[in-house]
Design a protein around this ligand. Structure first.
Ligand SMILES: [Fe+2]
Length: 232
């Protein structure tokens, strides 16, 4: 993590979701990535305490396991909501495309399209950190069996895009279920059981097809709510 940034990794217990509040200390402009509805008051209080001006609310994807806090946070702060334009949602302010750049203060964000967990998943890069949503998790990856997920696309997103970044780039995912906070491209290339460099595409697709996971408990509520920025 760069010492030139205000950086808070925030956690929501029920869905084990990480939210990231990142600010430019020189200008006070800030962004938040993947806020959770139930934690909006906590996040807003922190933004106020740090005297930050929230400029963007970035979603890595339309979540199925929790309701986003993006709409509520926009009401409180006036920040603009950004998500991949491919979802064709009407509530966000900005529809992002692959390679698009945004700026807060003097800090650049690059949005990379990394489909696979959902078709509209994006990874955000700031300095030598990437925020991978559910595409690349610590020693794992998101499921690929709903919301137009595709194990073939996820394999390509990770192996051909993310793993082309330098080994010391830090990986900050949207979830961790084991208490880990971050990883690096170099570590995931070696230690990710599904996606390390010795696993080929056919093997990865077999692993994903055999997971047979139950649907997330909140999917019936969360996805429709998240199509409207959580404003239901
Ligand atoms: Fe997800």
């Amino acid at each position: 993590m760069s010492s030139d940034l205000i950086f808070h990794q925030l956690f929501e217990k029920e869905s084990s979701t990480y939210t990231y509040l990142i600010g430019d200390p020189k200008t006070g402009e800030a962004i938040i990535i993947d806020p959770v509805l139930e934690m909006v008051e906590r996040d807003y209080k922190l933004i106020e305490e740090l005297d930050l001006k929230l400029k963007y609310i970035l979603e890595t994807h339309v979540h199925a396991d929790h309701i986003t806090g993006s709409g509520e946070l926009r009401k409180k702060t006036g920040a603009k909501i950004a998500i991949n334009e491919s979802y064709q949602l009407s509530c966000p302010d900005i529809g992002l495309v692959d390679g698009q750049e945004l700026k807060f203060g003097n800090i650049n964000i690059t949005a990379f399209s990394t489909p696979g967990h959902t078709n509209g998943c994006m990874t955000y890069k700031i300095d030598e950190m990437i925020f991978t949503g559910d595409v690349l998790l610590i020693r794992g990856c998101g499921r690929t069996d709903f919301q137009d997920g595709s194990s073939e696309n996820l394999f390509a997103s990770v192996r051909e895009k993310l793993f082309n970044l330098s080994d010391n780039v830090l990986v900050y995912p949207a979830h961790d279920y084991n208490g880990l906070t971050h990883s690096s491209i170099g570590m995931e290339k070696k230690f990710n059981p599904r996606l390390n460099l010795s696993v080929n595409k056919a093997e990865f697709q077999k692993i994903m097809s055999e997971l047979k996971l139950a649907n997330p408990q909140k999917i019936e509520i969360a996805v429709p709510a998240n199509l409207q920025c959580g404003l239901v």
